[in-house]
Design a protein around this ligand. Structure first.
Ligand code: HGY
Ligand code: MN
Ligand code: MN
Length: 421
């Protein structure tokens, strides 16, 4: 078939939205949450079950599987020229403890739907297509986020990843072995021609603007700073106020400082503390220890750097004033990311061709694409989510939104993998 007719035939190709939606609902049954969402945390038995279901669907679609030493799953659909570097579609199947049904999962299952649609339509592409499930994108059980894609990109080491511990002291490496999903492929060895990640926006912009597609030009950068404050356990009733060395008070003042520093760096800056623990966490004991993680983000590197240095200075002053010991450990970081200009244009052109409303957008959340952009041309596609809500079991999208983004993904991938017949 000529290139022209191949392009024309691609113009009326779409995915099967009902089949995609059904796959999402089937996957959502694995690791259910308590309020309609999901709790399929990385390297749990539920994660293993989800991996096996994804594997079975891909093998039913004629795909072969490879797994690397970080448990990253690579499901391959062959192309006319198998030696060419494949086009990748990747995201993640792991969820937050109170996560939604679509964060990450939409991108992995839309990748499967692209292959299913390609097979249904009898289309052949020059390049192979590989659909990827990146291990531990969320970083909630094992910090940092995007751990396995970070190892793949050469930014983090396998030893570092394997040594990461969860709240119960279980090691990432032991849990990966326990669920039987450690492959033997060295992470990062395989070559990627281009990678696409399709993801819900996890923010309110697309819905508020009435756009179906987000063409993601950049991803904001991130610092995760884990703070440990040490004071002195003491009786909450009999200890005079001036004698207290209260780690909980220090944490409260630093949490307020995080918010104020982020507000001082507006626009395009955010900051919060989402994980916080005081010890011994007893009602009538002044906390002698507090451990919490600060999450700063901005698309502007200088703001990101400034927020971190402001915080370190103010936290030290607060600790000194209260007589607390303080230790700040960076447990996650990546600079703001600029996605591949050529692929951004490919995504925009696909949305135009399909007649979907679209706008350029910066990703507020971190994604595996942010690391893979370091080793291959990478871009993201986004769909709206209801009220911009995510990392919440009430996370919701519409089947129409899901399909629109998957159609754009199909076309962008076909354009990049090149339809030969
Ligand atoms: O933290 C993030 O931005 C991603 O959801 N892991
Ligand atoms: Mn995600
Ligand atoms: Mn997430």
């Amino acid at each position: 078939m000529s290139d022209e007719s191949a392009a024309i035939s691609a113009a009326n190709m779409t995915v099967d939205g009902d089949r995609l939606w059904d796959s999402l609902m089937q996957m959502a049954k694995i690791g259910p949450g308590i309020a309609g969402g999901n709790n399929r945390q990385t390297l749990t038995d539920a994660d293993a079950d989800g991996r096996r279901l994804f594997q079975s669907w891909c093998q039913d679609a004629g795909m072969s599987m490879a797994v690397d030493r970080m448990g990253n799953m690579f499901m391959r659909h062959e192309g006319a020229e198998p030696d060419l570097d494949p086009v990748y579609i990747g995201s993640h199947l792991d969820t937050q403890p109170t996560g939604g049904k679509y964060d990450g999962v939409l991108g992995v299952l839309a990748g499967l739907e692209v292959v299913r649609a390609v097979r249904d339509m009898g289309v052949t592409t020059r390049r192979p297509i590989v659909v990827t499930n990146w291990t531990n994108e969320e970083g909630t059980r094992f910090a940092p986020a995007m751990l396995a894609s970070g190892v793949f990109a050469g930014v983090l080491t396998e030893n570092y990843a394997n040594s990461r511990e969860d709240a119960d002291g279980r090691r990432f490496g032991d849990e990966l072995d326990r669920i039987g999903w450690r492959g033997d492929e060295p992470p990062g060895e395989r070559k990627i021609h281009a990678m696409f990640e399709y993801h819900i926006e996890q923010g309110p912009i697309l819905e508020a603007e009435g756009r179906q597609i987000g063409v993601v030009t950049h991803g904001q950068g991130l610092w995760w700073l884990q703070v440990t404050l040490t004071g002195k356990d003491a009786h909450t009733g009999s200890t005079p106020m001036q004698m207290r060395v209260n780690a909980g008070l220090g944490m409260a003042r630093i949490i307020e400082a995080v918010h104020r520093i982020a507000m001082d760096h507006q626009p395009n800056a955010v900051g919060a503390v989402g994980q916080a623990n005081v010890y011994p966490n007893s009602r009538n004991v002044i906390p002698g220890k507090a451990v919490f993680t600060i999450d700063f983000r901005s698309p502007e590197l200088e703001k990101l750097t400034s927020m971190r240095s402001r915080l370190e200075q103010e936290a030290a002053e607060i600790a000194e004033e209260l007589g607390l010991g303080i230790h700040i450990e960076p447990v996650g970081h990546f600079d703001p990311v600029t996605f591949d200009g050529g692929l951004v244009e490919t995504v925009r052109a696909a949305a135009e061709r399909l007649g979907y409303s679209h706008m350029d957008i910066v990703s507020g959340a971190g994604h595996d694409a942010c690391w893979i952009a370091k080793v291959a041309p990478t871009v993201m596609i986004m769909c709206p989510c209801v009220d911009g809500l995510s990392h919440n079991e009430a996370e919701e999208i519409s089947p129409a939104w899901a399909k629109a983004g998957a159609d754009v993904l199909l076309h962008a991938v076909l354009d990049t993998a090149e339809v030969v017949r």
